[in-house]
Design a protein around this ligand. Structure first.
Ligand code: SAM
Length: 296
């Protein structure tokens, strides 16, 4: 028996009835669809996907004849009971997203959770994921990282998340659309400083794939000269170790207070503490203002 045969017989037949399969699909290069994923998609009875037209066209072209059922953000609640009913009827279902791993920045996780809660088996057939592909191509630390996905659009929540990201020691991964990339880079520039390491992955796995960095300042000037077009994943280096790691927010505020009591403006105080601690000036300025607003 050669290796291929051993590999195949060591696994149970796929698909099994009443199982939900989470199937990773390419993020650009169609040759990244694994043989296992392709074989399964050709055999399941239903494929739940975000955009039936987009995925349907491609999958039909490779010989997939399953039923396609749309499953996206705005019809999730309606679809969940329908999909569970199919599992109850011993149908096999594959969940795919427009690209990459379902469940990452799409409604996939809700279906997985509902299926598991109702006692159905869930099996993942792994494939490409933009976040992980960008991370491992970035050269930034991969030992510990956090995934932020798309940042909130609402200003108050966004500000809070940006502040958290600016203090995060681990590498952060962010998804952003091309038309909002410069706004995000400006925000990161202000809160993290222009020297923070960054790698922006553009068009991963595609013909015009490129990495832009190595700092926020340089990435920003690159995109101010060249309009962002395509798909982007941002990998941001973690916050540098502060010179005094024991410093917490209260201690920072106390130091700021001492300086402002001596007649300096919040802006001047933030600049001095920023030099001493590596916290960004903008972060310190906002910390002091948030505290003042809470107190008043
Ligand atoms: N579930 C997918 C995954 O994790 O691979 C991501 C889906 S999310 C709705 C789409 C976002 O992923 C895009 O806006 C972009 O930020 C990122 N992305 C997807 N494909 C990409 C590519 N080829 N190059 C860079 N980023 C990509």
């Amino acid at each position: 028996m050669d290796l291929d045969e051993r590999e195949i017989v060591s696994h149970r037949p796929e698909p099994s009835p009443g199982v939900l399969y989470i199937v990773g699909t390419p993020i650009g290069n169609l040759r990244d669809l694994s043989p296992r994923a392709e074989a399964l998609l050709k055999r399941v009875s239903t494929i739940a996907c975000e955009d039936t037209r987009h995925s349907g066209r491609w999958l039909k072209s490779i010989g997939v004849n399953a039923k396609f059922l749309s499953f996206y953000k705005h019809n999730t609640e309606k679809r969940l009971p329908q999909l569970l009913k199919k599992l109850e009827a011993k149908e096999s279902i594959a969940l795919i997203s427009d690209a990459g791993m379902p469940g990452i920045s799409d409604p996939g996780q809700k279906l997985v959770s509902a299926a598991k809660t109702s006692g159905y088996e869930v099996i993942c057939i792994p494939g490409p994921c933009a976040a992980i592909t960008a991370l491992v191509s970035s050269g930034l630390p991969t030992e510990r990282f956090c995934f932020e996905g798309f940042l909130p659009a609402k200003s108050k929540e966004r500000k809070q998340v940006l502040q958290d990201i600016s203090l995060e020691k681990r590498t952060s991964i962010i998804y952003e659309s091309p038309n909002k990339l410069i706004k995000l880079l400006n925000e990161l520039n202000e809160i993290c400083g222009e020297n923070r390491p960054i790698q922006i992955s553009r068009e991963l796995t595609k013909r015009f794939e490129e990495q832009i960095g190595p700092t926020i300042g340089e990435a920003l000037s690159y995109f101010l000269n060249k309009k962002p077009i395509g798909e982007f994943t941002i990998v941001l280096g973690g916050a540098p170790e502060v010179s005094n790691p024991a410093i917490n927010h209260d201690e920072l505020l106390n130091s700021m207070k001492q300086l402002t009591n001596n007649g300096l403006s919040i802006n001047q105080a933030a600049k001095i503490i920023s030099n001493d601690t590596n916290y960004s000036k903008r972060f310190l300025y906002e910390l002091a203002h948030t505290k003042t607003e809470k107190d008043s």
